[in-house]
Design a protein around this ligand. Structure first.
Ligand code: FE2
Length: 251
């Protein structure tokens, strides 16, 4: 965390959020995952968050780097399926920033990583993925930023350079309409192959008002990766810096 903070300061970033993955391999009986008949997850190597260690280190960094605004956070995976489990976690360990993301789709009663499903039928999987995101937005209000809207493009068979956003414009627009309708922010994720100006413009045209920049770093060296390019894309799509340097970008 300290290395990530140091990197953020080097780059001149005003703020950093540490959004730990909050994924469940066992879950609450009140979760929709239970009522949808899910029994398992593949892969299932996700570990519980070390809440104590996390907050201790975060506090240490806040003391050490007063020039940087340091936000606590979680990235909730499939939050519409785990509302009760997430609520319980956040009740004990509230955070500043909650992201929502989809990494998996259901297959035969299991949640399966979407990268694996792409190899069966990439086109069907991609449409299913974006349709499930609409459901996730409609059925969960726990997150304020939608993370990596087209996560599967990272794992596109044959290479992400063969992924064509335009083929899914209708599905993207449905996602963006749903997200904009709730006033939430779209993340431009710079660990994924970058979104095009067109894609960010679709969000704007569907009423989108707020953009967040996420480097999805996982390693200190990746903090703020390609933010220069991402800023150009977001600006070209018609967004501007918000009310201060800590705000989302706005239309
Ligand atoms: Fe993610």
């Amino acid at each position: 965390m300290a290395q990530a903070c140091r990197r953020a300061i080097e780059l001149g970033l005003p703020s950093i959020a540490f959004t730990e993955h909050l994924d469940f391999t066992v879950w609450h009986e009140d979760d929709a995952a239970t009522s949808r008949g899910l029994i398992d997850r593949h892969p299932a190597h996700q570990l519980p968050i070390d809440v104590q260690g996390y907050f201790a280190e975060l506090e240490e960094c806040r003391g050490r780097f007063p020039e940087l605004r340091i936000l606590s956070g979680v990235e909730t995976g499939e939050p519409h399926l785990f509302a009760a489990s997430i609520a319980e976690h956040l009740r004990h360990s509230p955070v500043d920033r909650v992201l929502g993301s989809l990494h998996s789709l259901t297959l035969d009663g299991r949640l399966v990583g979407v990268g694996r499903l792409l190899y069966d039928d990439r086109d069907v999987t991609m449409r299913r993925y974006l349709t499930e995101i609409v459901r996730m937005i409609q059925q969960s209000d726990v997150f304020e930023v939608l993370a990596h809207v087209d996560f599967p493009r990272r794992y596109w068979p044959g290479g992400s350079e063969h992924y064509v956003e335009k083929d899914y414009e209708e599905e993207y627009r449905a996602v963006f309409r749903a997200l904009a309708g709730t006033g939430r922010a779209l993340e431009v994720n710079t660990s994924s192959p970058l979104a095009s100006v067109d894609q960010v413009r679709w969000f704007r045209e569907e009423g989108g008002a707020a953009i967040s920049f996420g480097s999805d770093a996982h390693q200190p060296t990746a903090v703020g990766q390609r933010f220069d390019l991402a800023v150009d894309i977001v600006e070209a799509a018609g967004f501007r810096p918000g009310r201060d340097q800590f705000d989302f970008w706005r239309r």
